[in-house]
Ligand binder design. Sequence first.
Ligand SMILES: O=C(CO)COP(=O)(O)O
Length: 250
Amino acid sequence: MVRRPLVVGNWKMNGTRESRKTLLANILSGVSESDPAEVGICAPYVFIPEAAELLKKVPILLGAQNVANEDDGPFTGEISARMLREFGCDLVIVGHSERRLLYGESNELVAARYKKALDYGLTPILCVGETLKQRERSETLDIIDQQLDAVVDSAGVESLANAVIAYEPVWAIGTGRTATVAQVQEIHEYLRRKISGWEPGVSASVRILYGGSVKPENARTLFGLPDVDGGLIGEASLDAESFLSICHSV
Ligand SMILES: O=C(CO)COP(=O)(O)O
């Protein structure tokens, strides 16, 4: 099974309308359909309509950084999957560690968000990963099990055929401290083996991205690992030259 690599920029809560427009224009001038990697951008909600317009004829996937766990109703501050679809999104991140840790999102809530994304035809990028404390206590695999099991219990293992997984060790996010290649491959292989125990076909096709201080200098090595199918890029996706260099490191 050949899995086309995917590189997604997570802009998080950065930039102004003008700076995002320039960034996107610079990124799209460097991406072509024939590139080995598929490219995506997860923008803050308010930039989505303009980004969708700019990306109309360009082979870049557009995404959001979270999605509501309900269809419609009195949920102040939330954005529904139907709205994201209507405004041109293909992807949505769910369970990012910043949502889990700073906003208290539980595995169950993340699973409900994941399910809503799929119900409306969005591809969820499910983030999993342990904190430094959890790693030091040798709890990494337990934590990842719990994060993945919650989603599989609620949406079924077949749902992973329409999803992307991102392994993002919390201690490597925005810290400049990348996990070693051995650490990354160990977890990616673990995830694929676990899914294979449920459904070998899904395991062979699901893309598992790595995220956490990916830079132009380390991207090629990380993307060369057998179970790494691309990356989820934070800081380095805010600079067109760095992001394109990472996209072209596949
Ligand atoms: O959180 C991340 C992507 O979702 C990774 O962020 P950095 O690339 O800034 O470490």
